[in-house]
Design a binder for this molecule. Sequence first.
Ligand code: NDP
Length: 335
Amino acid sequence: MTRTARHVNLASRPIGVPLPENFEVVEAEVPSAEDGEVVVANRFMSVDPYMRGRMNDVKSYVPPFQIGQPLEGGAVGEVIESNSAEVAVGDFVVHGLGWREMAVVPAALTQPAAQVEGVSLSANLGVLGMPGMTAYAGLLDVASFVEGDAVFVSGAAGAVGSLVGQLAKLKGASLVVGSAGSDDKVAWLTEELGFDVAFNYKAGPVAKQLFAAAPEGIDVYFDNVGGDHLQAALHALKVHGRVALCGAISMYNNTEPAPGPNNLSLAIGKRLNMRGFIVSDHVDMRADFIREVGGWLADGTIKAEETVMSGIESAGDAFIGLLTGANTGKMIVEL
Ligand code: NDP
């Protein structure tokens, strides 16, 4: 009997903010697992900001998606057929062929899903997955966080940012400031996640609001946003301050290059250390990350919110929503 499932193709390249018509849901046959492969029934798929760059026809650290071809990204699901000695039917695995209900994947490209009691499997795509690891490595290694640091994180109500703030607090930050795009998100950061101060970057100039939040300055800036946030942080950073350059989401939909911060030369006099990074460079920290963050998640010390959309047909909208702030915590599609 022929087995079919739905997946999402890139129908056309977005110009600016993606539109629903850039995505097309298609039904196709799912072949059997060949030697070394498994068939996975995906339970959850991830939409992540970096995918926006792959929708442009430009060379980057990952190759561009092709028009008329399925999109790719993180997913977690159950193995329903196996032609591999390493992975068994019934195993739950994480892999890179999301944007589809079923995936045929080489077993060697799957990872066992982390399972924490009382925590959804989808955490493998968020707090216990790539975004969580980004927060952990970015704060502790790239930004060289030490106890007593005053930390500012932008995109604070998202998957990465919400963990950065909680980790900084748990590891003894003297001050944790977050920025986000709505008053509800700001309230969630201070009332639920324990941020000391949060502000709505849409309510006034970032520099002014950051100064009010941290009048004595900051030691660490975790940059998820770029643009005016980076410029404001350069003003606020103390001598020997550190910046983890993680993302620049304010620019991902730009159709023209945006001007850089107009005050980059402050980095000289302040002897700032600004370091870009890609999470996959930090696999050596994964065991510590799972142990530490998994433990805090299991005992409720860390809170991991998710915004869950339902069905493969909502994947395009979930991605558009991610870029326009519809999510609190990790944006997930349940399949
Ligand atoms: P989020 O869960 O934070 O979702 C994206 C959020 O970005 C939205 O919810 C929205 O929240 C915010 N946003 C959108 N447009 C703007 C804007 N113009 N200015 C400020 N905020 C905006 O996503 P992730 O946690 O997955 O990713 C956060 C950042 O980390 C991204 O820049 C991403 O590219 C980067 N990243 C980098 C990695 C690396 O290896 N270097 C790995 C993973 C992620 P709001 O309502 O607050 O505007």
